[in-house]
Design a protein around this ligand. Structure first.
Ligand SMILES: C[S@@+](CC[C@H](N)C(=O)[O-])C[C@H]1O[C@@H](n2cnc3c(N)ncnc32)[C@H](O)[C@@H]1O
Length: 289
């Protein structure tokens, strides 16, 4: 059964997935099946600690939130620190997920937490729908610097394994230097939508940090962020085993937890070349460890 028949009535919040496009939904299903390695709670907490969440009324996004582990833990911590947090404070927290069933699950988990915290069912549903945006972060996500914190575990998938239909959508919006892997495209977009002085805490596969194919990406990112923390993770405990994966078969990735700190300087975008330039006040420690 296609996602269309299973989820044609999904509430989509701010943005609209094209539910009339079966081919697009099948492509999303294929990417989700290949990339849905959900992060285990201790690793999520470790990254939220590194981001010092929830101090300071900052805006946090998980750009590929899956079934919502980062969102749920961030929300729980926010509610523990500020039990009477109003809608505005709660909506500082958001997640994007383009796979409708995963987005529905994330919304349900957020909704449950809000009800437990004393919200009415109706309020909780509305907030959860706004908080979890069911749409493609690469084609519909923000391009301007609007987040103080970005947390999550972006999809890792080499370009050749991305369905053609999605590749054609991404090619016009993803710069060449970030086109080799979905992870590169997400890293680039995350850095671009980070406010000056913001921080990004992610689980990623390690290959972008050293592989020759990531050199141009590292050179670009290194203009705007520095690696503030880097730690190897154990693939057997960093991820929650997907239901489709047999037990005892850890994912074939070498995960790391990485904290990128925005250099906090002003940079200007060269529209002609599609690259970013900045004036630096201090020598950058490039994202090129
Ligand atoms: C590695 S999982 C991580 C989920 C969650 N952040 C976590 O750590 O548990 C990556 C998720 O990204 C989603 N995804 C892949 N490409 C996406 C895109 N272009 N826009 C939004 N979500 C996407 C996948 O469906 C998958 O659920």
């Amino acid at each position: 059964m296609s996602l269309l028949s299973a989820h044609s009535s999904i509430a989509t919040g701010q943005y609209q997935l094209d539910l009339s496009n079966d081919a697009q939904l099948d492509a999303i299903e294929a990417v989700h099946a290949a990339t849905a390695l959900y992060t285990s709670e201790p690793v999520v907490d470790q990254l939220l600690d590194l981001l010092d969440w929830p101090t300071g009324g900052r805006r946090l996004v998980d750009p590929s939130c899956g079934n919502g582990m980062f969102l749920v833990r961030a929300l729980e911590r926010l509610l523990e620190a500020t039990p009477n947090a109003g809608d505005q404070a709660l909506l500082q927290l958001s997640g994007w997920e383009f796979h409708p069933p995963a987005a529905t699950e994330a919304r349900q988990r957020v909704e449950t937490k809000l009800i437990l915290a004393g919200r009415s069912a109706g309020d909780a549903r509305k907030l959860a729908e706004k908080m979890v945006i069911c749409a493609d972060f690469l084609t519909k996500g923000p391009e301007q610097a609007e987040f103080d914190l970005i947390a999550g575990n972006p999809p890792y998938l080499r370009r050749l394994r991305v369905p053609t239909l999605l590749r054609e959508l991404y090619d016009p919006v993803v710069p060449d230097y970030a086109g080799a892997d979905l992870l590169h495209a997400f890293l680039d977009r995350c850095v671009r939508c980070l406010r000056p002085g913001g921080r990004i805490g992610l689980v990623t596969a390690d290959r972008w940090l050293a592989a020759a194919q990531g050199a141009a990406l590292r050179a670009e990112l290194g203009q705007r962020v520095a690696v503030a923390h880097l730690q190897r993770l154990d693939a057997r405990s960093a991820f929650i085993r997907a239901k489709t994966r047999a037990s005892g078969t850890p994912p074939r990735v070498h995960p790391v937890a990485v904290l990128l700190a925005g250099l906090g300087e002003r940079f200007c975008r060269s529209k002609q070349r599609g690259t970013c330039r900045e004036r630096r006040d201090q020598p950058a420690q490039a994202a090129n460890p």
